[in-house]
Design a protein around this ligand. Sequence first.
Ligand code: CAA
Length: 678
Amino acid sequence: MGETVTVSVDNGIAIVTIANPPVNALGRAVRQDLDAAADRIASDGDIRAAIIRADGGTFPAGADIAEFPDVPAPLHGDVFDKIEALHKPVVAAIHGTALGGGLELALACHFRVAAEGAKMGLPEVQLGLLPGARGTQRLPRLIGAEAALGMMLTGKPIDAAKALKAGLIDELVPATELDDKAFEMATALMAKDGPLPRASQDSEWTRKDRDDPQLFDRVKDAHGRLFRGVIAPDAILTCVKAAVELPFDKGAEVEASEFARLLSSDQSRALIHVFFAMRETAKVPGIGRETPLIDIKSVGIIGAGTMGGGIAMCFANAGIPVKLVEVKAEALERGLGVIRKNYENTAKKGRLTDDQVESLMNSIAGTLDMEDLSDVDLVIEAVFESMEIKEKVFTRLDSIAKQGAILASNTSFLDINHIAAMTSRPEMVLGLHFFSPANVMPLLEVVRGDKSSDSVIATGMKLGKTLRKTPVLAGVCDGFIANRLMFPYMVASQQMLLRGTPMQDIDAAMKQYGFAMGPIALLDLIGLDVIDFPGEITMTGELVKAERRGQKLNGGFYDYDEKRRGTPAPAALEIIEKVRAAHGIETAPPLQADEILTGLLYPVVNEGARILEEGIALRAGDIDVTAILGYNWPSYQGGPMCWADIHGLDRIVSGLEKMDVQPAPLLAEKAASGGSFT
Ligand code: CAA
């Protein structure tokens, strides 16, 4: 056997152990070794049954995604078919997370026993793929097409107890008894005669599903949302239909051709990029296990407004006590009231008990005295975005906070170096930029000042994980990564309005691309009073002057009905007209959807290239992650930098030139050399 799979024989039972850390992914070496193990089981007369198990934390968590899109032989499905075809019983002993190809391997075994707490799932759809190792063919025969489709379309794993109920596994045992139970099963099975159960054979389910003409419409109705914009779900339906209607071999052919189609698609390229990029952000050159971390056992937050309150909730949720500081009693009371209301709403939905609400509230102590922050390990300032106020806060904080405490600002664009210079300990200062609502949004920008120490940065990155967010390291500049990146997008949308393209067309084009809403509707949602476009001609200031602040007050660009559906507001159209006249801007014929798309996205890519060349972001993938998690950029488009690579950098450069925009040097260089960002 090779290095990734070992086979030992004990009392006629071959114990096949997969060892390929960290997640026992089924890369080429593992497949070759499993293939050889199957040959040995077939040919070795001393072997009468087999167990397939894995070392480490988990049964295989899938194919080795790093191999995609080229999967070197032997193919997963062929190896698994060989295992299923054995005339000796094979038991899968499952622990951890049997995902994707890992679960498909278990499906090819004749019996399955799982440890309590194990999870099983087919998450390929999240990579723009489908279970391509006969999973779309075996699972419906085992648990019925409807349940199988639920797993494949959502990609969400189910726990072992549910798997037992569904008939996906045969036995469930405490984790400590898994190997013994598998051995016991194999011993009993090898003494039995008769055919082995094979999930490739038609079952009671196949017959039932064939007699259920509404089945696929029902599934599509139930999961309609999951089909929006993406191509994998329809391909999964096609394969499962084949599983119901065709013999296994024919269905397997359909699966192979659909899998190949998806594997070469732009969507799967984008989603696989995102999978790795999400994990890569945590890696900061020069910072590793040896970098000492600062223990954060208590936190102070200055400012109980929307941001401060949301940040306080993040820490309370993570079990870290918070002191929340405000200047006025009224503001403090209001802030605590909003937090309580948020928790109570969660409780109403059944996701918290009343006792949990009280205990969360008890972990947030309000105070009007900044001196109370003298003993906390970390202070996050979340006051109004004015450098003057921040200067005062940090000067005072420096005299209050204990030695060794980290001082952070939640500013979304101000200069962290300037803020750090207000203190006698700039090495302890960094930016921790949360996105609104802070208790919900999954992104945390960790902003490194010129003097921030490695320990402080390492602690900031670790904190992101503690708060269940994805931390991304950013350098100091206006808007850091996410806001700086999207600024040109917002500005370009305003210019399009001024040149005469209707707001609903602009928004529709971006929804078509995959955003939940377009830029104009987004401005209305964020609030027109919170957004500033210094030096740019926009309508937001005029709308605010007219007391239109967006969805929260009187509508903005749109008027909103009680169901929050927007129609272009006559008042906003008048303001657009007025601004246009004041600046002597001439209208042009309205842009088509593809022109809107490139007109809005090319400037984003260009800004991304600048962010990268200035070293504000460590990698193009980090920029993509901030766009996806901070601005809901559709992940199946890969984020702006991956999208740019797929779209074609030379097209973007010439498009920018036509728009009279200077391409960033890095973009121009990559386009000229045929390079890519991701
Ligand atoms: N292939 C290659 N690398 C993988 C991997 C896979 N299937 N799954 C995880 N990894 C890597 C991660 O990139 C990460 O590497 P680094 O430490 O270098 O960053 C490492 O393993 C640990 O992963 P996580 O950080 O995600 O660890 P976790 O404990 O939080 O989660 C997990 C573990 C639940 C298995 C999670 O990694 C996961 O969901 N993995 C993907 C599972 C998946 O999508 N499987 C389907 C693959 S497609 C397929 O199988 C097609 C087919 O039908 C043939």
